[in-house]
Design a protein around this ligand. Structure first.
Ligand SMILES: [Mg+2]
Length: 270
């Protein structure tokens, strides 16, 4: 039996783009500003400990854990994104963001035995945001080869994360005009692996059919589970693909995005 998988729904982070250089650039900009204020600061040490100190604050409120899990959020997104969207469930998070940023950067400085004044904390927060948002977002490895190889298949993005930040990354990676629709968890009111996101994306792509869909992503728990929950095939991008015998027949694992189009062709023959 063969079929046509003409709708490719891709994960964003670490599938289509590599956002880690931009996040590192944010921490680097914050470190350089901090070292200008306090010359005793070693910027490499600051960059190493900042993500840990920031995460410590993010995980403090007990109400935030379930939201983080449900929408697939991250502590560094909280440092620079606004989590815009219609869902009231996120209001508490939006209200907390200014306090979070202050406490997070205060925690970074206090790990260096420095008590930073309020204006330094505010400026460090701004430096992170500026450093993270400037410059181009890099495509993930193999994506420049994958996109033309997909031919005239329609491509959509289903991503966990803040809609404002995810849309901006897509724009800065130069992907916007290639995508027929983008569904981000904070705008959708649900996160992967909830199959409702697939239905929303298909509707946004002009009511495409579920039996045309293949999902492409790097996360077993989020992307491949999403495909299983929606009952559609998937291509799993993972550095060490397991033997095919260890995977469901509807999943093909590849080491790089370069091989995605070939993997879809194999799924079409199954
Ligand atoms: Mg990912």
């Amino acid at each position: 039996m063969s079929r046509s998988l003409t709708v490719v729904l891709c994960d964003l982070d670490e599938t289509l783009i590599d956002e880690s250089p931009n996040v590192r650039a944010g921490y680097r900009a914050a470190a350089h500003y901090a070292a200008d204020c306090f010359p005793s600061i070693d910027t490499d040490q600051f960059i190493d400990l900042a993500p840990v100190a920031v995460r410590e604050i993010w995980w403090q409120p007990d109400w935030l854990g379930p939201i983080t899990e449900r929408y697939g959020l991250s502590a560094w997104d909280g440092l620079s994104e606004e989590f815009r969207g219609p869902h009231r469930e996120l209001d508490q998070l939006r209200d907390w963001l200014p306090d979070y940023r202050l406490a997070a950067w205060r925690n970074v400085f206090s790990r260096l035995d420095i008590t930073a004044p309020r204006h330094v904390l505010d400026e460090t927060a701004r430096a992170f945001s500026w450093g993270r948002h400037k410059g181009r977002v890099r495509l993930a490895r193999g994506v420049a080869q994958m996109l033309p190889a997909l031919g005239d298949r329609a491509i959509g993005v289903v991503t966990n994360g803040p809609a404002d930040g995810q849309e901006e990354k897509i724009h800065r990676a130069g992907l916007g005009r290639l995508l027929k629709a983008v569904v981000a968890s904070t705008a959708a009111g649900a996160g992967k692996p909830d199959p409702a996101l697939v239905a929303m994306c298909l509707e946004a792509m002009g009511n495409r059919r579920m039996d045309e869909v293949v999902i492409v992503g790097d996360s077993l728990e989020r992307d491949i589970q999403l495909a299983q929950n929606a009952g559609v095939p998937a291509v799993w991008i993972t550095p060490s693909p397991p033997p095919a015998a260890n995977l469901p027949p509807t999943v093909v694992a590849v080491a790089s995005a370069t091989n995605v189009a070939h993997a879809i062709a194999r799924l079409e023959q199954r």
